[in-house]
Design a protein around this ligand. Structure first.
Ligand SMILES: Cc1cc2nc3c(=O)[nH]c(=O)nc-3n(C[C@H](O)[C@H](O)[C@H](O)COP(=O)(O)OP(=O)(O)OC[C@H]3O[C@@H](n4cnc5c(N)ncnc54)[C@H](O)[C@@H]3O)c2cc1C
Length: 480
């Protein structure tokens, strides 16, 4: 019986249940394909997951939904998830000025928060002079047009590009750094100008959609599990807790130039799963590991050349909220690149036994706090003891005017070592396509080439594109 089960053949086996894997599995299942998803963790979501770590609810990292996303909300809708049930909207973000006890309020919703956007342009005068503000205009104007028409911007860092356009030092630190390091944890000196403008460019034609969404619950719970359930209802199968160790290669002389075909995967527990299509939707380092025997193949050149970067977060429970409101906050000039209080939004459960009103100042003294923080220079924190990281965070948050000392009741360091493709200069041209050129093998993941970057939206688009490759190949085979 076991042998028969092992030999069961699927239309597609998808490795990884992050948003790329889920998006691909959904598209294939919806087309009637028999799909198996294999995930190494006991839960779905990958870098958009949430789980309980020894009594504390944590997440893979602070996430924000950007209003112009379209593939992710479309997938959610098809899976019966109403976006407004799972996110709450922010119309502005705060930028704390290190050592000055001041903040810059940045309007992020030109239509929905029109007043706040206008105030953020004409106000903030105690923080930025008109000279600082005007200095960013040519920078943004040239950057967005340049980015729409050429990938040449990928040859220059955003810091260099800002210097070229005479952006003042203060505007560089208080506007450009939060929009680069604050989002992708890389210093502006490394951050590709293409990735910088490319991330925001879709917001220009869709400016009326632009705002930022904070999740109203753990991402596995509110976003990924409903997708899993939908895929199951369409006949898909999931196996959790099962790390894939390698691809099964037919004509297994991997060095041979022609004639190889991927016919499935094997797992660390020794099981083998066979399929017409093998979709590797694991993150970049895991994909490299799984496909390592094929490293010399010309078709996988870009996959193996694409550099990686890490993410490090510290998540804290507090005896009171750290910030007045649950909104995205940046700490330029420090390693506290972005953070948010979440006790009234994502982790409302922390106060579930109390009457909690969203952003109600009167209740703050009685409420517990929950702060999620993304650290800049992540590699320095990956191997650091959590206690040492906490001490650094308390000290640097103090410089930003946020007092945490004596208020932290529990904390976790959550890291994603090398899980990202690097948004460093020159990376764009190394992002591989979903179609590999090797029979039976398709890639999915935010690192594969899409119109987006290392985002939830990019992951979903990549999954859709991967599914399209499988379906096209099936049609070709049927015709032949
Ligand atoms: C701290 C942080 C903050 C972020 N903030 C934002 C944000 O604000 N907005 C935004 O849009 N995006 C954000 N992102 C990026 C977003 O999370 C990712 O782009 C997206 O989730 C990537 O999805 P993916 O499916 O490509 O990869 P992953 O989510 O990494 O999925 C890969 C899956 O493969 C599984 N896997 C790996 N190896 C194996 C194996 N050997 N066998 C089986 N399974 C395996 C993993 O467990 C995982 O589930 C953030 C990410 C992090 C870490």
């Amino acid at each position: 019986m076991e042998a028969v089960k092992k030999r069961e053949k699927y239309d597609a086996v998808v490795v990884g249940s992050g948003l790329a894997g889920l998006s691909c599995a959904y598209e294939l299942s919806a087309k009637g394909k028999k799909v198996l998803v294999i995930e190494k963790h006991p839960y779905a979501g990958g870098r958009t997951s949430s789980f309980n770590d020894n009594g504390m609810d944590v997440e893979s990292g602070l996430h924000r939904y950007i209003g112009y996303y379209s593939a992710l909300p479309a997938l959610l809708k098809k899976c019966g998830v109403k976006l407004t049930d799972i996110v709450t909207w922010e119309e502005n973000a705060d930028i704390l000025v290190k050592g000055e006890n001041k903040k810059l309020v940045l309007g992020v919703a030109p239509l929905w928060g029109f007043g706040k956007t206008v105030r953020s342009i004409f106000g903030n005068n105690g923080v930025l002079s008109w000279h600082d503000k005007l200095s960013v205009l040519p920078f943004f104007a040239c950057g967005f047009t340049g980015c729409l028409f050429s990938e040449k911007l990928d040859e220059i860092s955003i810091a260099e590009y800002a210097d070229k356009h005479h952006v003042t030092e203060r505007a560089k630190r208080l506007i450009i750094e939060p929009m680069s390091s604050g989002i992708f944890f890389l210093p502006p000196e490394n951050y590709s100008a293409y990735a910088f403008f490319g991330l925001f460019a879709p917001a220009i034609p869709k400016f009326y959609k632009m705002r930022i969404g904070a999740f109203l619950g753990g991402m596995t719970e509110v976003m990924c599990n409903p997708i899993v359930e939908k895929i199951k209802s369409l006949g898909g199968t999931f196996i959790f807790n099962e790390p894939v160790s390698g691809a099964i290669v037919e004509n297994s002389d991997a060095a041979q130039e022609k004639g190889i075909r991927i016919i499935g995967v094997k797992t660390e527990s020794g099981r083998e799963y066979y399929a017409e299509h093998t979709v590797i939707a694991a993150s970049l380092p895991a994909a490299k590991e799984i496909l390592n025997p094929l490293k010399q193949r010309r078709e996988l050149e870009k996959l193996f050349a694409l550099p990686v970067m890490s993410a490090a977060t510290l998540q804290m429970e507090l005896d009171r909220p750290a910030l007045e409101k649950d909104i995205t906050t940046f700490g330029p000039g420090s390693d506290m690149v972005s953070f948010a209080e979440q006790s009234r939004t994502t982790f409302r459960s922390i106060n579930s036994n109390k009457k909690s009103a969203l952003n109600d100042k009167e209740n703050i003294a009685e409420e517990k706090g929950r702060l999620s923080l993304i650290l800049g220079n992540p590699d320095e924190y990956i191997d650091e003891e959590p206690q040492t990281v906490l001490e650094t965070v308390i000290s640097q948050m103090g410089e930003l005017g946020v007092e945490l000392s004596g208020h932290v009741t529990d904390y976790r360091k959550v890291t994603e070592k090398n899980e990202f493709y690097s948004l460093d200069i020159g990376s764009q041209k190394l992002r591989p396509k979903q179609k590999t050129g090797i029979d039976g093998l398709v890639l999915a993941g935010d690192y594969t080439i899409t119109s987006s970057f290392a985002t939830m939206e990019g992951a979903v688009i990549s999954g859709k594109k991967a599914a399209r490759c499988c379906i096209k190949q099936d049609r070709k085979a049927e015709k032949a």
